[in-house]
Design a binder for this molecule. Structure first.
Ligand SMILES: [Zn+2]
Length: 359
């Protein structure tokens, strides 16, 4: 079996002045180890050797268990304690734990979490998941902090106690069988939308439309079964859920990295539209056909979205998706201009006045 090299080992090698090009070509690099090697190379160290090692391991380092044998097929909450422990200590589980730590670090560095806020989970069997512990900052997570739980939230392995918000993640996974990974945090701009209980207006930036389908769940006490239920019900149609007066939770059918990406994308989007709204210019939005194109890309990626069956004219002009606008799809491919009820009323009043003067 190939040697697995963690970020700590790479750090030790760099510290000891060892040449990273000597890492065996068939070694499996953990995601954070690979990132560190890439940084090291970009800083002008080494040439191609270490990068080639990275490439030898495949295209995406974040696909769960891509290079390491996955757990036994029927592993579940009823498996023996010994089987569960063996799995929890396996290289496969180790890789997933390191992915969670890497994502935690990125959440913390981007200031999407404060204190011990935020939590993540990865489904690893029929009804079991690896998740983050309670009372640990996402900026300092270690693989050995992780927990294994069943879908009722009972802890099966791990020395630290699992997060109190795990029930929500598990209810999402139960309700949405495609959900492999879930990520929850409190990014400020997106959470501001959650505080006003409103999904951001759509039809402005393609990346957001492709990766995020945003629903809003009403407020319930964090960690309560009711909270989990309300969020879980939205996972049929949405992969990014604003939790009113709380934060955001995302899920992915691919891996934890993608669930994390959704956080970056919704947060950047919310920041951008808040700034765009202050520029004193009308907001340009996609036309219906432009939006239809984006949604077809989204569909091909297997992402859920409640708009797939909507008519083109409804996509960027419907009251549901852009409050205050009416269904008026333009004839040409020109971008539409954001319609504001007040501005429209003012334009109508002026037009009426001019028309009456012309009589
Ligand atoms: Zn929270």
């Amino acid at each position: 079996m190939s040697q697995v090299i963690s970020v700590r080992e790479v750090q030790d090698m760099i510290r000891d002045g060892k040449n990273l090009n000597h890492i065996p070509a068939d070694a499996i690099l953990t995601p954070s180890a690979r990132e560190l090697i890439q940084d090291w190379e970009m800083d002008g160290n080494g040439k191609n050797g270490a990068a080639e090692n990275g490439k030898a391991n495949g295209s995406s380092p974040y696909v769960a268990g891509e290079h390491i044998a996955p757990p036994p097929k029927n592993l579940n909450s009823k498996s023996s304690k010994a089987e569960l422990e063996a799995f929890f200590r396996s290289s496969y589980a180790q890789q997933l734990k390191e992915q969670i730590c890497a994502m935690g670090r990125r959440l913390w560095e981007r200031e999407y979490v404060d204190g011990n806020g935020g939590n993540m989970a990865i489904r690893v069997g029929e009804d079991i998941a690896i998740c983050t512990p309670t009372l640990v900052s996402k900026g300092s997570l270690k693989p050995e902090d992780m927990c294994l739980v069943d879908f009722e939230g009972n802890q099966l392995c791990g020395t630290k106690k699992r997060t109190s918000e795990i029930l929500m993640h598990l209810q999402m996974m139960k309700r949405q069988p495609k959900a492999i990974a879930t990520c929850h945090c409190h990014p400020p701009y997106s959470t501001a939308f959650a505080v006003v209980g409103e999904a951001p207006p759509t039809c402005m930036l393609p990346e957001y439309e492709v990766f995020c389908s945003v629903g809003v769940a009403p407020y319930r006490t964090p960690g309560s079964p009711d909270m989990g239920k309300l969020v879980a019900e939205l996972t049929d149609q949405y992969n990014t859920i604003l939790m009113a007066n709380h934060g955001v939770v995302t899920w992915s059918h691919n891996n934890i990295e993608e669930a994390y990406w959704r956080m970056e994308i919704i947060e950047a989007y919310c920041r951008t539209i808040v700034v765009a709204g202050q520029l004193g210019k009308p907001i340009q939005t996609f036309t219906g056909p432009q939006m239809k194109d984006i949604l077809s890309i989204k569909k091909s990626l297997g992402f859920v979205d409640p708009r797939y069956n909507m008519k083109e004219c409804e996509l960027c002009d419907s009251g549901e998706w852009r409050p205050g606008a009416t269904c008026q799809a333009p004839q040409s491919g020109e971008p539409t201009i954001g319609l504001d009820a007040e501005a429209e009323a003012a334009v109508k009043a002026i037009t009426d006045q001019i028309l009456s003067q012309m009589k």
